[in-house]
Write a protein that binds this ligand. Structure first.
Ligand SMILES: Nc1nc2c(c(=O)[nH]1)N[C@H]1C(S)=C(S)[C@@H](COP(=O)(O)OP(=O)(O)OC[C@H]3O[C@@H](n4cnc5c(=O)[nH]c(N)nc54)[C@H](O)[C@@H]3O)O[C@H]1N2
Ligand SMILES: Nc1nc2c(c(=O)[nH]1)N[C@H]1C(S)=C(S)[C@@H](COP(=O)(O)OP(=O)(O)OC[C@H]3O[C@@H](n4cnc5c(=O)[nH]c(N)nc54)[C@H](O)[C@@H]3O)O[C@H]1N2
Ligand code: SF4
Ligand SMILES: [Mo]
Length: 739
């Protein structure tokens, strides 16, 4: 049983002596490599292609890949430094067991014994408390093969209902809204369609820092004369080069989209032909937009009426356009409504499903797309099938060789899994590729639950902050130590290639999962000998589903530089652009381009609701959270790469000079930011690029530097995404800092 108090954890204390940042051991020395391995980046959903330089079974550097169509040689600072994880002194080389007397609280142990202990604990907990008492948390940085295997392990091997993944924190609002409107959850276009668009609308995306290569597409469009509209409470780097910036008050995007639709209707900037022939539900949405006059929209959003009118006119009168959004509109207690609002203005314009006319939600995690398709989501089976649907259950059970009645029913979201630990329903947990203690909101609650677990096993290549609470830690594989597929921001299925072997006792993640199944004596369906074998079964399991991979092979991926799903047969080339007139899809069967039986897209009401926690006299400021260019997610990887740490070594709170002056705060001064759930002390970053009623803190740090001590665990009722982008705080200057 884990029993760690916060005091016992070594932390980077802003008041105390700074711990040495662990630096990468090698630099690109210019040594002649033994081989170059073509692969993709281990970090974000852009999935840039690159060559890893390998010498003596170590990655010693990298070379750009100018031939891959998406990034054409371009990389961002994280991709360039990723190779410094290989051979890192913190790399887990053994299995570990909690031992309070050992230095660091863990003792290396024999891998086989560790697997035995994990299997015994799973067996014990499931026998004593029922199958659902053991839960699994997985991740979308894993290859699609691994996510498929983990889903199968939960649903078939453990037969537990409790599995969910870290994409629940990321893209589920977009996924839910896309399913409601289009019947399918994938960006609708290849990114090349951005270049020819006349107007580009970007809502809640810090494009230049978080999807850096997309910036290049937007800039190419600008060179062709495109107008760029950016909606964000901060003037982010992409906003500095846009034509119209709408400084929205966090949490108000549904209001803005309704206001824009109102003006489109009023001025008849509509594609009536498209609305009549290809959509359902316009009248109700039009009526709903009626009260959203420019004046009311301006009052709610904090954006000037003139700017709202200008944006609506540019969007309404464009002949080609592309709408992009990311977590800025999705991480909300009404995140699904915000995305539905965005889709409504796309559908009303009729500009989708043809060249240079598109829509996309920008994928976050490396395999954010593939990782949400094949069964590691609480309610899902492979091929984006539904765990609650009897036909879908029967099909997948037939591929797995099991009785469909034995498949569990849909489970709950990742945060709810922690609530169920609190309620005593879940007693044991396996996590792979997830660091919930840093990344979930109101993380003091998460910490308390980790302490309650009877047994917790974590699979990772570094000891992340959550894994410090584990009873057993199993050494998984780095990206470059395994092969498999991922699906990029465009919906392009691509191939990760293995460059080096796992060091020490570390194992490829899929082998570890299968080792546990074998030790449990439940190896049926868990005897794959390679990622290729897993992929071949996945093709079969996804066949006929919405995310149909049946016609994709590793060879075809190499030949075509990736294959866009759906791809139903080996003869089919894949589907780069969804919703083209006359295009095939597995649901409409030729009746129309959208993924419903009648082939039509759905307008959905986009209901504006204020954020779950709004400001008041006690907590008068809005806190919004997000990212910086050089750090990645919970930071377990990038906080270990020296050159990236140098770029942004610690969290700072961004605030406007007017606010800073009012509070007597100067740049770099230490300030305490406090919410109803917690407080943290960080240095101020006084910038005139943020709304004066809002402060921003990036979330890549742990313990007392974790902004998720402050955030609220409110969730969207449909998608269950946490509302990371709005909570209420107060800020004060710290006068006496004890050194
Ligand atoms: N450098 C870097 N790149 C990354 C990642 C990383 O950690 N670091 N993570 C990857 C992942 S998993 C993801 S999900 C993506 C995230 O990519 P983004 O969504 O682009 O990044 P965020 O910083 O979360 O938020 C985007 C913007 O939303 C704005 N915002 C806040 N509240 C609101 C609001 O109410 N409305 C609007 N319109 N905007 C708002 C913020 O000011 C911020 O500029 O990035 C991916 N790429
Ligand atoms: N306040 C606030 N919180 C947020 C957000 C925000 O904007 N604001 N954003 C949210 C979003 S969008 C996201 S995506 C989440 C991400 O949150 P997490 O998923 O918790 O963050 P990661 O850093 O990706 O943690 C993944 C862990 O997996 C490990 N890992 C990576 N690749 C592999 C692999 O191939 N195999 C194995 N075994 N392990 C691997 C890493 O070492 C790391 O320890 O955070 C969310 N949290
Ligand atoms: S982090 Fe994203 S943009 Fe940067 S190199 Fe990797 S895949 Fe490309
Ligand atoms: Mo994400």
């Amino acid at each position: 049983m884990a029993n760690v108090s916060l005091e016992s954890i070594p932390i980077r204390d802003p008041f105390g002596p700074t711990l040495a940042y662990t630096r990468g051991v090698q630099l690109d020395t210019g040594a002649e490599p033994d081989k170059l391995v073509r692969t993709h980046c281990c970090f974000c959903g852009q999935q840039c292609s690159m060559f890893l330089k390998v010498k003596d079974n170590e990655v010693i550097g990298l070379e750009p890949d100018y031939d891959f169509p998406f990034n054409q040689g371009k990389l961002c600072p994280k991709g360039v430094k990723r190779y410094l994880q290989n051979g890192h002194p913190d790399r887990l080389l053994h299995a570990y067991e909690r031992d309070a007397s050992a230095p660091g609280g863990f003792r290396a142990m024999d891998y086989a014994q560790a697997i035995r202990r994990v299997a015994d604990e799973i067996e014990r907990i499931q026998t004593a408390y029922g199958r659902d008492a053991f839960g699994i948390l997985s991740g979308a940085s894993l290859t699609t093969e691994k996510t498929y295997l983990v889903g199968k392990f939960a649903h078939m091997t453990l037969r537990t209902t409790h599995i969910d993944y870290n994409g629940r924190l990321c893209m589920v609002s977009a996924a839910a809204a896309n399913k409601k409107a289009f019947g399918v959850d994938r960006s609708a276009n290849p990114w090349s369609d951005i270049i020819g668009a006349q107007v580009i609308w970007i809502s809640g995306s810090n494009t230049a820092e978080c999807s850096p290569i997309t910036t290049d597409y937007v800039w190419q469009a600008r060179e062709h004369g495109a107008r760029v509209i950016v909606v964000d409470p901060r003037i982010t780097p992409i906003a500095r080069t846009c034509d119209l910036f709408l400084p929205i008050k966090p949490g108000r995007d549904a209001a803005l989209f309704n206001g824009v639709l109102h003006l489109m209707i009023k001025n008849d900037w509509l594609d009536h032909d498209f609305i009549n022939h290809h959509t359902v539900g316009f009248e109700a949405v039009a009526e709903h937009a009626q009260p959203w006059t420019p004046q009311r929209t301006a009052e709610v959003t904090g954006i000037a009426e003139k700017a709202i009118r200008q944006a609506a006119e540019w969007w309404g009168t464009a002949s080609t356009s592309f709408l992009l959004h990311a977590r800025g509109i999705e991480h909300h207690s009404n995140g699904v409504q915000n995305v539905l609002g965005a889709i409504n203005i796309v559908l009303a314009s009729g500009r989708i499903g043809r060249a240079n006319c598109g829509y996309g939600t920008i994928t976050g995690q490396g395999n954010g797309q593939g990782g949400r398709e094949h069964g590691q989501k609480a309610d899902q089976l492979p091929g984006a099938r539904d765990l609650g649907n009897p036909e879908h259950r029967a099909y997948v059970a037939s591929v797995w060789g099991m009785n469909p009645d034995e498949l569990p029913q849909p489970g709950v979201d990742a945060y709810e899994i922690f609530r169920k630990i609190d309620q005593g329903e879940i007693k044991g947990l396996l996590s792979i590729c997830f660091n919930p203690l840093v990344s979930l909101p109101d993380n003091n609650f998460v910490r308390a639950q980790l302490e309650k677990l009877e047994f917790y096993v974590a699979i990772d290549f570094f000891l992340n902050e959550t894994a410090r609470y584990a009873d057993i830690v199993l050494p998984g594989s780095l990206h470059e130590e395994d092969e498999g597929t991922v699906t990029s921001v465009e919906g392009r299925v691509i191939k990760i290639n293995k460059a080096v072997d796992c060091p020490g006792e570390a194992r490829q993640d899929w082998r570890i999962i299968q080792d546990i199944a074998r030790a449990l004596g439940r190896e049926q369906g868990m005897t794959f000998s390679s990622p290729a074998a897993i992929f071949n079964e996945l093709r079969q399991a996804s066949k006929g589903g919405i995310a149909d991979y049946a016609g994709i092979t590793y060879e075809k991926i190499e030949q075509q530089q990736g294959v866009f799903w759906p791809c139903p047969t080996e003869e089919h080339a894949g589907t780069p652009r969804l919703f083209e007139a006359g295009s095939w899809n597995p649901v409409a069967q030729g009746s129309g381009p959208f993924y419903f039986a009648d082939g039509k897209a759905r307008f959905n009401l986009c209901t504006y609701l204020p954020p779950a926690e709004d400001v008041d006299e006690t907590y008068p400021l809005i806190l919004t959270t997000g990212r910086v260019i050089s750090q990645f997610l919970s930071g377990t990887q990038t906080r270990r790469i020296g050159p990236l740490v140098d770029q942004y070594p610690e969290p700072r709170v961004e605030m406007h000079p007017a606010l800073a002056q009012k509070l007597g705060i100067t740049d770099e001064a230490w300030v305490t930011v406090e919410s109803r759930r917690g407080a943290m002390t960080v240095r101020a970053l006084v910038v005139n690029t943020i709304r004066p009623d809002t402060v921003f803190i990036p979330y890549h740090w742990a313990d007392r530097q974790a902004v998720n001590q402050l955030t609220i665990a409110a969730q969207d009722p449909i998608s269950k995404i946490p509302a990371y982008k709005v909570c209420a705080v107060r800020v004060r200057k710290v006068d006496n800092i004890e050194q």
